[in-house]
Write a protein that binds this ligand. Structure first.
Ligand SMILES: CC(=O)N[C@H]1[C@@H](OP(=O)(O)OP(=O)(O)OC[C@H]2O[C@@H](n3ccc(=O)[nH]c3=O)[C@H](O)[C@@H]2O)O[C@H](CO)[C@@H](O)[C@@H]1O
Ligand SMILES: C=C(OP(=O)(O)O)C(=O)O
Length: 418
C-alpha cells in the first residue's frame, strides 16, 4: 500500500486543471445500463472508483472502452443481473446500480455497498422509494434481491434530501410507467448532470437542481454523448492548498456557481479569490483568520466533503473556529491525526472546536477516509518537517494524480510504495 511523503513549507504557485466530478461520473456510468444503447462520456477522471464501476459494467456484459479521459459504454449486450459482491463493497456508489438495473432489467441482486467509513450510511430511503414504485426487495444475508413486474410512477416524499436516494429514484423512474415526482430531492449539481445525461439519451426529467424533480417514464433511448461537470470538491481542495501554503494558484476548469459556499469560507479565512467564467486565482493570506462557524449542509450549503480540508486550514488560524458536521454522524476521524501533527482540536459530539496553533509539525499519520486523507495532505504541506501519510488508496478514490499535480505546483511530495 502506498504512502505520501511530504516535506512541508513550500508555497504553491502555478496552475492546475480540475478533472471531472467523481460524484457525477459514477451515477452517470451506472445510468449507461438503462437505455440498451451506447454512451460516450467525456472528462472522465482517472480514479479508483471509476475503475471499479468500469469492472462492474464489464462483468454484467456491457462493452466498455476507455481512452484517456473518455469512456464508451455499449449496454446492448448486458446479460447479467448479479453485481459482484467484492466490487460493490469497494465503494458507496455501486448502490446506484439498483435503480438503474431495475429500470433496465426489472431485476438485480446486489449486496450492501462499502465506501468510506464516515458513520453509518443506511440506504433505507433508497429502498423505501423503490418499494413505493413497486419493487419487491428481499434482504437476505447482506444481499438485496430486487424484482419488479414493471415499476410504476408515484409521488415520493424523501425524509431527507439524500443524494444517493434521489439518484436511485430518478434512475428507477426513467423507464417506469407514468410520472414520478420526487419531493425534498437533493439539489446537488451532480443531480443536474445526471438529468442532463439522461435527457440527452431520451429520458424526460425536469426540475433537477430544485427540490421537486418530475420524471415521465419513457421506453426508447438513443446514442448519447456527454461531458461530466468539473469536480467541485477537488477544486475546493486545491483552493485550500493555496490558502494553507500562502500560495498563489490558478485553478482552471471550475464551475464557479458550484463552489460559492467554499469560496465564502475561504474568503472569511483571509484568502483573496479572483474569478472569471471557468477559472479562478486563490492567494493565501499571511495569517489565516479563524472562521466563526462552518456548518455542513446539503447543497447549496457548505459541503461535508470539504469539512476535513477546512479543519486542516483552520488548525493554523489566528483564533478559534467552530465546525458543525450535520450530514454524517462520524466524520471527524481526521481530527485525531491532525492532533498528532500538533493541532488543537476538541470534538464534542458533532461539533469540532479548532483552536489555531502557531504551526503544525510533520508526523507519521494515517488516512482514514478520502477527504480526511486530503486534510492530512494539506496539513503536511504547511507543517514543519516531514509528514508520512499511509493508506493513500483512500485519496486515490477521489483525487486524480494528486501527488503529481501538487508537485507541478511546487510541493515537495512523493508517493512511495510500502
Ligand atoms: C458518490 C456520492 O455522490 N457521494 C456523495 C453523496 O453520498 P450519499 O449519496 O451516500 O449521501 P446522502 O446524501 O445519501 O447521505 C446524507 C445523509 O443521509 C443519510 N441517509 C442517506 C440515505 C438513506 O437511505 N438513509 C440515510 O439516513 C446518510 O447516512 C447521511 O447521514 O452525498 C454525500 C453528501 O453530500 C457526499 O458526502 C458524498 O460524497
Ligand atoms: C464520501 C465521499 O464519497 P463516497 O460517497 O463515494 O464514499 C466523498 O466523496 O467524500
Amino acid at each position: 500500500m502506498g504512502k505520501y511523503v511530504i516535506n512541508g513549507g513550500s508555497r504553491l504557485r502555478g496552475e492546475v486543471n480540475i478533472s471531472g466530478a467523481k460524484n457525477s461520473v459514477l451515477p452517470i456510468l451506472a445510468a449507461t445500463v438503462i437505455g440498451n444503447n451506447t454512451s460516450t462520456i467525456f472528462n472522465i477522471p482517472d480514479l479508483r472508483d471509476v475503475e471499479i464501476m468500469e469492472k462492474i459494467l464489464l462483468y454484467i456484459g456491457c462493452r466498455v472502452e476507455r481512452t484517456d479521459n473518455i469512456i464508451y459504454v455499449d449496454s446492448t449486450s448486458l446479460d447479467k443481473i448479479d453485481i459482484p459482491e467484492e466490487l460493490v463493497r469497494e465503494m458507496r456508489s455501486s448502490i446506484i446500480l439498483m435503480g438503474a438495473m431495475l429500470s433496465r432489467c426489472g431485476e438485480v441482486n446486489i449486496c450492501y455497498p462499502g465506501g468510506c467509513e464516515i458513520g453509518p450510511r443506511p440506504i433505507d430511503l433508497h429502498l423505501k422509494a423503490l418499494r413505493q414504485m413497486g419493487a419487491q426487495i428481499e434482504e437476505s444475508h447482506g444481499f438485496l434481491l430486487c424484482r419488479s413486474n414493471g415499476l410504476k410512477g408515484c409521488e415520493i416524499q424523501l425524509d431527507y434530501p439524500s443524494v444517493g436516494a434521489t439518484e436511485n429514484t430518478i434512475l428507477a423512474a426513467v423507464t417506469a410507467e407514468g410520472t414520478t415526482v420526487i419531493r425534498n430531492a437533493a439539489r446537488e449539481p451532480e443531480i443536474i448532470d445526471l438529468q442532463n445525461y439522461l435527457n440527452k439519451s431520451g429520458a424526460k426529467i425536469f426540475g433537477a437542481g430544485t427540490s421537486v424533480i418530475t420524471i415521465e417514464g419513457v421506453k426508447k433511448f438513443q446514442e448519447v454523448k456527454h461531458t461530466v461537470i468539473p469536480d467541485r470538491i477537488v477544486a475546493g481542495t486545491f483552493m485550500t492548498c493555496a490558502a494553507i501554503t500562502q500560495g498563489e494558484v490558478i485553478i482552471n476548469n471550475v464551475e464557479i456557481e458550484h463552489i460559492q459556499a467554499i469560496m465564502a469560507k475561504l474568503k472569511e479565512a483571509g484568502c483573496l479569490i479572483y474569478s472569471n467564467c471557468t477559472s479562478l486565482k486563490v492567494i493565501g493570506p499571511n495569517k489565516i483568520e479563524p472562521v466563526e462557524m462552518i456548518q455542513t449542509l446539503p447543497y447549496p450549503g457548505f459541503p461535508t466533503d470539504m469539512q476535513a480540508q477546512m479543519m486542516a486550514l483552520l488548525s493554523i488560524s489566528g483564533g478559534t473556529s467552530i465546525i458543525s458536521e450535520t450530514v454524517f454522524e462520524n466524520r471527524f476521524k481526521h481530527a485525531e491525526e491532525l492532533i498528532r501533527m500538533g493541532a488543537n482540536i476538541k470534538i464534542i459530539g458533532k461539533v469540532a472546536v479548532v483552536k489555531g496553533v502557531k504551526e503544525l509539525t510533520g508526523a507519521n499519520v494515517s488516512a482514514k477516509d478520502l477527504r480526511g486523507g486530503a486534510s492530512l495532505v494539506l496539513a503536511g504541506l504547511a507543517a514543519k518537517g516531514t509528514t508520512v501519510i499511509d493508506n493513500i488508496f483512500h485519496m486515490e478514490r477521489g483525487y486524480e494524480n494528486l501527488d503529481e499535480k501538487l508537485r507541478a505546483l511546487g510541493a515537495d511530495i512523493i508517493k512511495v510504495s510500502s
